[in-house]
Design a protein around this ligand. Structure first.
Ligand code: FMN
Ligand code: SF4
Length: 426
């Protein structure tokens, strides 16, 4: 298919007046897919989702159908479905739009997912700052209960599915799925050691599926039009559409839903209004949220927005937050700012992350302020190597990757900072 053409699945409704209401959702064909899904066995629904090839939109890109199939069919503890609406990755702002403009799409996706994995209870963990969004979702849940779409006997099928909201306290780490479960249980939001994985021991010890808002909001269309149809969009191993949150130095920042596999250059030049000052003014792009390594302009010329292409270019699709930096930006300063964020957000459980994020941030700040010392760049690289893969959760990697990636892509700027005590671009 033509990856460049506009296509809207998850965002189909959001430009309609009162798109958040049940009446508008129903008028657009809403809650038909769930009726179809309930007429099929859970195994059939999981098969359809597997066929679609959809990969989780929260960052890790794990195939949703496979994740659902890990949930044991028989369990002596209740099973749970949890929607991750924490949306903490800097640069990402897509889930928020789904929550506030199309909450019923998410609810429908969750009912289908609940049926597929045999969960009778679902939770939407919404970041605390999304107060207005949570009110919208709350109202939508109330309307769904009133219609009999939620509760003891959904759609008159003798199946139970209850849904509730939980507001987070504002910690980035609570977006990590096991920290989120701890927080949902009323404890301090710290990641759990895995295994066991949530599919076996999750919320209150029960088998639990955790999916991102965008993942779940994609499910109704997969059921309505079929997994094969969804898989025909995008490219192999990166199927369907993706909402990219484009921010920074473009003329039209915002959320853009496009088919996976679109060239990054087309995304920026056609959908996001072009790089400020023209393409040649581009310095680099952080393609998948603040945790993903920066790409140089040369890489941006050819990379396409799918898991494989971005990985080959040395970065990650992540949550799809595309941060565009033009030539006025000091890379050292930009990464120093991110390092401060990760230092602040480390939960402190594991030494490489707790100490390492502090060291990274201190050295980055020192470099930025003109106090860089000979050996600092090598020290940063060594620190990144000592954090990556050695921690309980991926926050440690998330802190190390932007630093290591920036040194790889823009080493000369780091060298200039050390040698001259100032930036070469500002
Ligand atoms: C530090 C950290 C923060 C995360 N924050 C979020 C988040 O805000 N939203 C989200 O959906 N996933 C987040 N994730 C990923 C989740 O752990 C999990 O993989 C995801 O919710 C699974 O949903 P998906 O399979 O639909 O992508 C985060 C991971 C880490 C390590
Ligand atoms: S990696 Fe960092 S945030 Fe994750 S558990 Fe360890 S200390 Fe906490």
């Amino acid at each position: 298919m033509n990856q460049s053409a506009p296509i809207q699945i998850v965002f189909r409704n959001i430009h309609k007046a009162d798109s958040h209401t049940l009446a508008v959702y129903l008028a657009g064909g809403g809650y038909k897919a769930v009726v179809r899904a309930l007429a099929r066995t859970p195994e059939e629904v999981i098969e359809e989702v597997k066929k679609s090839g959809i990969r989780g939109r929260g960052g890790a890109g794990f195939p949703a159908g496979i994740k659902w199939s890990f949930i044991p069919r028989v369990s002596h503890r209740p099973k749970y479905l949890v929607c991750n609406a924490d949306e903490g990755e800097p640069g990402t702002c897509k889930d928020r739009d789904i929550l506030r403009y199309d909450p019923h799409r998410l609810i429908e996706g969750m009912i289908i997912a609940g049926h597929a994995v045999g969960a009778e209870r679902g939770y939407i963990y919404i970041r605390g700052e999304f107060f207005h969004e949570s009110q919208r979702v709350e109202a939508a849940i109330r309307d769904a209960y009133a219609k009999g779409y939620l509760g003891e006997n959904i759609f008159g099928k003798g199946i139970r599915f209850d849904l509730a909201i939980h507001l987070g306290g504002g910690a980035y780490v609570c977006g990590e799925e096991t920290a989120l479960l701890e927080s949902l249980e009323g404890k301090k939001g710290q990641p759990r050691v895995k295994p066991p994985f949530p599919a076996n021991v999750g919320l209150w010890g029960g088998p639990t599926v955790i999916n991102n808002v965008e993942t779940l909001a994609s499910i109704p269309d997969i059921i309505e039009h079929g997994g094969a149809w969804y898989a025909s969009l995008g490219v192999e191993k990166s199927t369907g559409t993706k909402i990219f949150s484009v921010s920074g130095h473009v003329n039209r920042p915002g959320n853009h839903e496009v088919a996976m596999g679109i060239p990054l250059k087309t995304l920026l030049e056609t959908h996001a209004g072009g790089v400020r000052g023209g393409w040649d003014n581009l310095k680099g792009v952080i393609p998948g949220g603040s945790s993903s390594p920066i790409l140089t302009r040369a890489a941006c010329e050819t990379v396409t927005m799918d898991y494989d292409s971005i990985a080959k270019a040395g970065s990650m699709l992540g949550s799809g937050a595309v941060i565009v930096l033009d030539r006025s930006v000091c890379v050292v300063r930009a990464i120093a700012r991110l390092s401060r964020f990760y230092r602040h957000e480390s939960c402190g459980q594991c030494t490489p992350c707790r100490e390492g994020t502090g060291w990274l941030s201190q050295i980055m700040d020192r470099l930025e302020a003109g106090g860089g010392q000979r050996g600092d760049i090598e020290l940063l690289e060594e620190l990144c190597g000592n954090i990556s893969g050695k921690t309980i959760c991926a926050l440690g990697d998330a802190a190390a990757m932007p630093v290591a990636g920036a040194i790889r892509a823009f080493r000369e700027e780091f060298v200039h900072h050390v040698a001259h005590g100032r930036c070469m671009v500002e």
